[in-house]
Design a protein around this ligand. Structure first.
Ligand SMILES: Cc1cc2nc3c(=O)[nH]c(=O)nc-3n(C[C@H](O)[C@H](O)[C@H](O)COP(=O)(O)OP(=O)(O)OC[C@H]3O[C@@H](n4cnc5c(N)ncnc54)[C@H](O)[C@@H]3O)c2cc1C
Length: 314
Protein backbone atom coordinates (compact mmCIF):
# COMPACT_ATOMS: atom_id res chain seq x y z
CA UNK A 1 0.00 0.00 0.00
CA UNK A 2 1.45 3.37 -0.99
CA UNK A 3 1.77 6.26 1.42
CA UNK A 4 0.22 9.47 0.14
CA UNK A 5 1.81 12.47 1.85
CA UNK A 6 0.44 16.02 1.95
CA UNK A 7 2.19 19.36 1.42
CA UNK A 8 5.63 18.09 0.50
CA UNK A 9 8.32 20.62 -0.43
CA UNK A 10 9.38 19.85 -4.01
CA UNK A 11 12.66 21.78 -3.78
CA UNK A 12 13.95 18.75 -1.82
CA UNK A 13 13.40 16.62 -4.91
CA UNK A 14 15.01 18.77 -7.60
CA UNK A 15 18.66 19.32 -8.47
CA UNK A 16 17.89 23.09 -8.70
CA UNK A 17 16.68 23.03 -5.04
CA UNK A 18 13.75 25.18 -6.18
CA UNK A 19 10.03 24.42 -6.00
CA UNK A 20 7.03 24.91 -3.71
CA UNK A 21 4.65 22.43 -2.11
CA UNK A 22 3.03 19.45 -3.78
CA UNK A 23 -0.51 19.13 -2.45
CA UNK A 24 -0.13 15.34 -2.56
CA UNK A 25 3.06 13.32 -3.02
CA UNK A 26 3.92 9.62 -3.18
CA UNK A 27 6.85 7.39 -4.03
CA UNK A 28 6.15 4.28 -6.06
CA UNK A 29 8.39 1.22 -6.39
CA UNK A 30 6.47 -0.96 -8.90
CA UNK A 31 3.68 -0.95 -11.51
CA UNK A 32 0.99 -1.97 -9.00
CA UNK A 33 1.88 1.02 -6.83
CA UNK A 34 1.68 3.32 -9.87
CA UNK A 35 -1.82 2.03 -10.54
CA UNK A 36 -2.74 2.58 -6.89
CA UNK A 37 -1.45 6.17 -7.05
CA UNK A 38 -3.40 6.82 -10.24
CA UNK A 39 -6.56 5.42 -8.68
CA UNK A 40 -6.13 7.88 -5.79
CA UNK A 41 -5.68 10.73 -8.29
CA UNK A 42 -8.73 9.58 -10.28
CA UNK A 43 -10.95 9.29 -7.20
CA UNK A 44 -9.93 12.76 -6.01
CA UNK A 45 -9.90 14.33 -9.51
CA UNK A 46 -6.27 15.41 -9.12
CA UNK A 47 -3.81 16.46 -11.78
CA UNK A 48 -0.80 14.16 -11.86
CA UNK A 49 2.89 14.93 -12.37
CA UNK A 50 5.49 12.22 -12.88
CA UNK A 51 8.80 12.98 -11.20
CA UNK A 52 12.07 11.17 -11.85
CA UNK A 53 15.28 12.55 -10.37
CA UNK A 54 14.09 16.16 -10.78
CA UNK A 55 17.30 17.11 -12.59
CA UNK A 56 15.77 18.66 -15.71
CA UNK A 57 13.04 20.70 -14.07
CA UNK A 58 12.29 24.20 -12.93
CA UNK A 59 9.39 23.91 -10.48
CA UNK A 60 7.37 26.98 -9.53
CA UNK A 61 7.53 28.34 -6.00
CA UNK A 62 3.73 28.09 -6.12
CA UNK A 63 4.15 24.31 -6.15
CA UNK A 64 1.71 21.85 -7.66
CA UNK A 65 -1.96 21.56 -6.79
CA UNK A 66 -2.23 17.85 -7.56
CA UNK A 67 -0.45 14.52 -7.00
CA UNK A 68 3.28 14.20 -7.68
CA UNK A 69 4.27 10.58 -8.28
CA UNK A 70 7.99 9.99 -7.76
CA UNK A 71 9.08 6.98 -9.80
CA UNK A 72 11.49 4.74 -7.91
CA UNK A 73 11.09 1.28 -9.40
CA UNK A 74 14.65 -0.05 -9.42
CA UNK A 75 15.04 -3.46 -11.06
CA UNK A 76 17.86 -4.24 -13.44
CA UNK A 77 18.60 -7.50 -15.23
CA UNK A 78 21.28 -8.23 -17.80
CA UNK A 79 21.03 -11.01 -20.38
CA UNK A 80 23.90 -11.25 -22.87
CA UNK A 81 24.10 -7.72 -24.30
CA UNK A 82 20.60 -6.63 -23.33
CA UNK A 83 19.68 -4.69 -20.20
CA UNK A 84 16.13 -4.89 -18.83
CA UNK A 85 15.74 -1.89 -16.62
CA UNK A 86 13.08 -0.12 -14.54
CA UNK A 87 12.51 3.56 -15.18
CA UNK A 88 13.24 4.70 -11.61
CA UNK A 89 16.83 3.47 -11.53
CA UNK A 90 19.52 6.13 -11.56
CA UNK A 91 21.28 6.63 -14.89
CA UNK A 92 24.61 6.74 -13.06
CA UNK A 93 23.96 3.27 -11.61
CA UNK A 94 22.93 1.99 -15.05
CA UNK A 95 26.17 3.22 -16.62
CA UNK A 96 28.23 1.61 -13.84
CA UNK A 97 26.37 -1.71 -14.07
CA UNK A 98 26.77 -1.87 -17.84
CA UNK A 99 30.54 -1.40 -17.54
CA UNK A 100 30.79 -3.93 -14.70
CA UNK A 101 29.18 -6.42 -17.08
CA UNK A 102 31.63 -5.69 -19.91
CA UNK A 103 29.08 -3.87 -22.03
CA UNK A 104 29.77 -0.75 -24.03
CA UNK A 105 27.50 2.01 -25.32
CA UNK A 106 26.61 4.06 -22.25
CA UNK A 107 30.00 5.46 -21.22
CA UNK A 108 29.35 8.92 -22.67
CA UNK A 109 26.27 9.34 -20.48
CA UNK A 110 28.43 9.06 -17.34
CA UNK A 111 27.75 11.79 -14.81
CA UNK A 112 24.27 12.71 -16.07
CA UNK A 113 22.05 12.78 -12.99
CA UNK A 114 18.44 11.59 -12.84
CA UNK A 115 16.62 8.39 -13.65
CA UNK A 116 16.36 6.14 -16.68
CA UNK A 117 12.78 7.37 -17.24
CA UNK A 118 13.85 11.02 -17.31
CA UNK A 119 16.76 10.17 -19.60
CA UNK A 120 14.39 8.49 -22.06
CA UNK A 121 11.95 11.43 -21.98
CA UNK A 122 14.73 13.97 -22.62
CA UNK A 123 16.77 11.62 -24.83
CA UNK A 124 19.61 12.61 -22.52
CA UNK A 125 23.04 12.59 -23.97
CA UNK A 126 26.47 14.10 -24.25
CA UNK A 127 29.44 14.08 -26.60
CA UNK A 128 27.22 13.18 -29.56
CA UNK A 129 25.80 10.04 -27.89
CA UNK A 130 22.32 9.76 -26.44
CA UNK A 131 19.89 7.42 -24.73
CA UNK A 132 17.94 6.86 -27.95
CA UNK A 133 21.05 5.19 -29.47
CA UNK A 134 20.69 2.21 -27.15
CA UNK A 135 16.95 1.93 -26.42
CA UNK A 136 15.39 -1.12 -28.02
CA UNK A 137 11.92 -0.80 -26.52
CA UNK A 138 10.04 1.08 -23.81
CA UNK A 139 7.07 -0.13 -21.82
CA UNK A 140 4.61 2.60 -20.91
CA UNK A 141 1.43 3.01 -18.98
CA UNK A 142 -0.86 5.16 -21.05
CA UNK A 143 -3.10 7.24 -18.78
CA UNK A 144 -5.09 9.11 -21.38
CA UNK A 145 -8.70 9.61 -20.30
CA UNK A 146 -7.86 7.60 -17.14
CA UNK A 147 -7.89 4.36 -19.11
CA UNK A 148 -4.82 2.50 -17.87
CA UNK A 149 -3.30 0.71 -20.77
CA UNK A 150 0.20 -0.87 -20.88
CA UNK A 151 1.95 -0.63 -24.25
CA UNK A 152 5.37 -1.46 -25.64
CA UNK A 153 6.97 1.00 -28.04
CA UNK A 154 9.95 0.20 -30.24
CA UNK A 155 12.79 2.66 -30.76
CA UNK A 156 11.21 4.21 -33.86
CA UNK A 157 7.91 4.79 -32.07
CA UNK A 158 9.75 6.70 -29.32
CA UNK A 159 10.60 9.30 -32.00
CA UNK A 160 13.94 10.24 -30.45
CA UNK A 161 15.70 13.37 -31.66
CA UNK A 162 18.10 15.88 -30.09
CA UNK A 163 16.99 16.16 -26.41
CA UNK A 164 13.50 15.14 -27.45
CA UNK A 165 11.20 12.15 -27.71
CA UNK A 166 7.51 11.40 -28.07
CA UNK A 167 7.31 11.37 -24.25
CA UNK A 168 8.31 15.04 -24.00
CA UNK A 169 5.32 16.01 -26.14
CA UNK A 170 2.84 13.34 -25.02
CA UNK A 171 2.60 13.85 -21.27
CA UNK A 172 -0.14 11.27 -20.70
CA UNK A 173 2.10 8.28 -20.25
CA UNK A 174 4.38 6.84 -17.62
CA UNK A 175 7.53 5.00 -18.61
CA UNK A 176 7.64 1.77 -16.60
CA UNK A 177 10.74 0.06 -17.95
CA UNK A 178 12.94 -0.31 -21.00
CA UNK A 179 15.15 -2.75 -22.83
CA UNK A 180 18.54 -1.42 -23.92
CA UNK A 181 20.79 -3.10 -26.44
CA UNK A 182 24.52 -2.61 -25.94
CA UNK A 183 27.65 -4.20 -27.42
CA UNK A 184 30.23 -6.42 -25.78
CA UNK A 185 33.03 -4.16 -24.63
CA UNK A 186 36.24 -3.92 -22.74
CA UNK A 187 35.83 -2.92 -19.09
CA UNK A 188 39.21 -1.18 -18.79
CA UNK A 189 38.62 0.86 -21.93
CA UNK A 190 35.13 1.86 -20.76
CA UNK A 191 36.42 2.85 -17.31
CA UNK A 192 39.07 5.05 -18.93
CA UNK A 193 36.45 6.85 -21.05
CA UNK A 194 34.25 7.39 -17.98
CA UNK A 195 37.13 8.81 -15.94
CA UNK A 196 37.88 11.30 -18.74
CA UNK A 197 34.21 12.29 -19.08
CA UNK A 198 33.78 12.85 -15.34
CA UNK A 199 37.00 14.90 -15.24
CA UNK A 200 35.81 17.05 -18.13
CA UNK A 201 32.39 17.59 -16.51
CA UNK A 202 34.04 18.68 -13.27
CA UNK A 203 36.31 21.10 -15.11
CA UNK A 204 33.64 22.62 -17.34
CA UNK A 205 30.44 22.52 -15.29
CA UNK A 206 29.55 24.32 -12.03
CA UNK A 207 28.79 21.05 -10.23
CA UNK A 208 29.39 22.67 -6.84
CA UNK A 209 26.04 24.57 -7.12
CA UNK A 210 22.46 23.38 -7.53
CA UNK A 211 21.28 23.63 -11.16
CA UNK A 212 19.30 21.74 -13.78
CA UNK A 213 22.23 21.32 -16.16
CA UNK A 214 22.09 23.08 -19.52
CA UNK A 215 19.09 25.37 -19.63
CA UNK A 216 18.91 25.68 -23.43
CA UNK A 217 19.30 23.29 -26.34
CA UNK A 218 22.17 24.11 -28.69
CA UNK A 219 20.49 25.88 -31.63
CA UNK A 220 20.79 24.69 -35.23
CA UNK A 221 20.95 27.46 -37.84
CA UNK A 222 20.58 27.28 -41.63
CA UNK A 223 23.54 27.83 -44.00
CA UNK A 224 22.67 31.41 -44.91
CA UNK A 225 22.24 32.45 -41.28
CA UNK A 226 25.51 30.74 -40.36
CA UNK A 227 27.36 32.51 -43.19
CA UNK A 228 26.16 35.88 -41.87
CA UNK A 229 27.05 34.98 -38.30
CA UNK A 230 30.55 33.92 -39.35
CA UNK A 231 31.14 37.34 -40.93
CA UNK A 232 30.17 38.91 -37.59
CA UNK A 233 32.11 36.36 -35.47
CA UNK A 234 34.88 34.60 -37.49
CA UNK A 235 35.87 32.53 -34.43
CA UNK A 236 32.61 30.58 -34.86
CA UNK A 237 34.41 28.50 -37.53
CA UNK A 238 36.17 26.41 -34.93
CA UNK A 239 33.10 26.10 -32.71
CA UNK A 240 30.18 25.26 -34.95
CA UNK A 241 29.52 21.61 -35.83
CA UNK A 242 26.78 20.45 -38.23
CA UNK A 243 25.29 23.96 -38.15
CA UNK A 244 24.89 23.61 -34.36
CA UNK A 245 26.18 26.38 -32.12
CA UNK A 246 26.72 25.79 -28.39
CA UNK A 247 24.13 27.89 -26.52
CA UNK A 248 26.71 28.56 -23.78
CA UNK A 249 29.09 30.12 -26.31
CA UNK A 250 26.35 32.42 -27.65
CA UNK A 251 25.46 33.56 -24.12
CA UNK A 252 29.11 34.17 -23.28
CA UNK A 253 29.51 36.53 -26.26
CA UNK A 254 27.03 39.03 -24.88
CA UNK A 255 28.49 41.54 -22.49
CA UNK A 256 26.93 41.45 -19.06
CA UNK A 257 25.33 38.00 -19.23
CA UNK A 258 28.16 35.86 -17.85
CA UNK A 259 27.86 36.00 -14.05
CA UNK A 260 24.62 38.04 -14.23
CA UNK A 261 22.63 37.66 -11.00
CA UNK A 262 18.92 38.03 -10.31
CA UNK A 263 18.05 37.38 -6.66
CA UNK A 264 19.69 34.09 -5.72
CA UNK A 265 20.15 32.86 -9.32
CA UNK A 266 23.14 33.47 -11.54
CA UNK A 267 24.31 32.68 -15.07
CA UNK A 268 27.32 30.52 -14.26
CA UNK A 269 30.72 32.03 -14.97
CA UNK A 270 32.10 28.53 -15.54
CA UNK A 271 29.48 27.46 -18.13
CA UNK A 272 27.08 30.12 -19.43
CA UNK A 273 24.37 27.59 -20.38
CA UNK A 274 24.00 26.75 -16.67
CA UNK A 275 21.92 28.90 -14.33
CA UNK A 276 22.95 28.18 -10.77
CA UNK A 277 21.07 28.58 -7.53
CA UNK A 278 23.81 30.23 -5.47
CA UNK A 279 21.64 31.62 -2.69
CA UNK A 280 18.07 30.36 -2.14
CA UNK A 281 16.92 31.37 -5.61
CA UNK A 282 13.21 31.77 -6.34
CA UNK A 283 11.75 30.20 -9.47
CA UNK A 284 10.97 33.76 -10.58
CA UNK A 285 14.70 34.68 -10.43
CA UNK A 286 15.50 31.87 -12.87
CA UNK A 287 12.59 32.80 -15.14
CA UNK A 288 13.80 36.40 -15.35
CA UNK A 289 17.33 35.25 -16.29
CA UNK A 290 15.95 32.85 -18.92
CA UNK A 291 13.82 35.63 -20.47
CA UNK A 292 16.77 38.02 -20.45
CA UNK A 293 19.05 35.49 -22.18
CA UNK A 294 16.43 34.67 -24.82
CA UNK A 295 15.76 38.31 -25.57
CA UNK A 296 19.47 39.23 -25.85
CA UNK A 297 20.36 36.23 -28.03
CA UNK A 298 17.41 36.96 -30.32
CA UNK A 299 18.31 40.62 -30.79
CA UNK A 300 22.08 40.02 -31.06
CA UNK A 301 22.24 36.85 -33.19
CA UNK A 302 18.69 36.49 -34.58
CA UNK A 303 18.49 33.08 -32.88
CA UNK A 304 15.52 31.93 -30.80
CA UNK A 305 16.86 29.74 -27.99
CA UNK A 306 14.64 26.90 -26.83
CA UNK A 307 14.68 25.43 -23.33
CA UNK A 308 16.12 21.98 -22.69
CA UNK A 309 14.78 22.10 -19.14
CA UNK A 310 11.06 21.65 -18.50
CA UNK A 311 8.75 23.80 -16.41
CA UNK A 312 6.33 22.49 -13.83
CA UNK A 313 3.64 24.28 -11.84
CA UNK A 314 3.68 27.58 -13.77
C1 LIG B 1 24.67 18.93 -13.28
C2 LIG B 1 23.76 18.43 -14.36
C3 LIG B 1 24.30 17.98 -15.55
C4 LIG B 1 23.46 17.52 -16.57
N1 LIG B 1 24.03 17.06 -17.72
C5 LIG B 1 23.24 16.62 -18.71
C6 LIG B 1 23.80 16.14 -19.92
O1 LIG B 1 25.01 16.11 -20.12
N2 LIG B 1 22.95 15.69 -20.89
C7 LIG B 1 21.61 15.69 -20.72
O2 LIG B 1 20.89 15.25 -21.63
N3 LIG B 1 21.04 16.14 -19.59
C8 LIG B 1 21.81 16.61 -18.59
N4 LIG B 1 21.24 17.07 -17.44
C9 LIG B 1 19.78 17.14 -17.31
C10 LIG B 1 19.11 15.89 -16.66
O3 LIG B 1 19.98 15.29 -15.75
C11 LIG B 1 18.66 14.85 -17.68
O4 LIG B 1 17.78 15.41 -18.62
C12 LIG B 1 17.99 13.66 -16.98
O5 LIG B 1 17.89 12.63 -17.92
C13 LIG B 1 16.62 13.98 -16.42
O6 LIG B 1 16.16 12.84 -15.69
P1 LIG B 1 15.29 12.97 -14.37
O7 LIG B 1 14.97 11.61 -13.90
O8 LIG B 1 15.95 13.85 -13.40
O9 LIG B 1 13.99 13.66 -14.96
P2 LIG B 1 13.05 14.74 -14.23
O10 LIG B 1 13.76 16.03 -14.19
O11 LIG B 1 12.50 14.21 -12.97
O12 LIG B 1 11.87 14.82 -15.29
C14 LIG B 1 12.09 15.30 -16.61
C15 LIG B 1 10.85 14.97 -17.43
O13 LIG B 1 10.72 13.55 -17.55
C16 LIG B 1 9.44 13.13 -17.06
N5 LIG B 1 9.64 11.82 -16.45
C17 LIG B 1 10.59 11.42 -15.57
N6 LIG B 1 10.47 10.11 -15.30
C18 LIG B 1 9.42 9.66 -16.04
C19 LIG B 1 8.78 8.40 -16.21
N7 LIG B 1 9.19 7.28 -15.59
N8 LIG B 1 7.70 8.33 -17.05
C20 LIG B 1 7.24 9.42 -17.72
N9 LIG B 1 7.82 10.63 -17.59
C21 LIG B 1 8.89 10.75 -16.77
C22 LIG B 1 9.00 14.23 -16.09
O14 LIG B 1 7.59 14.28 -15.95
C23 LIG B 1 9.54 15.46 -16.80
O15 LIG B 1 8.66 15.82 -17.84
C24 LIG B 1 22.05 17.53 -16.39
C25 LIG B 1 21.50 17.98 -15.18
C26 LIG B 1 22.35 18.44 -14.17
C27 LIG B 1 21.75 18.90 -12.88
Amino acid sequence: MIKIQKNILLSEYTSFKIGGLAKYFCVIKNSDEIKEALEFAGENKLKVFILGGGSNLLISDEGFDGLVIRIMNQELRIENNEIFIDSGLSLIKLVNESVKNNLTGLEYLAGIPGTVGGAIVNNAGAFGKCMGDVVESVEILNIKYWILDIKKLNNKQCDFSYRDSIFKKEKKCIILNAVLKLNKGNQEKSKKIITEILKSRKEKQPLEYPSAGSVFKNPVVDDKHLENLMIKCPELKGIVENNTIPAGWLIEQIEGLKGKKIGGAMISEKHCNFIINFNNAKSEDVIILISLIKQKIRSHFGIQLKEEIEYMGF
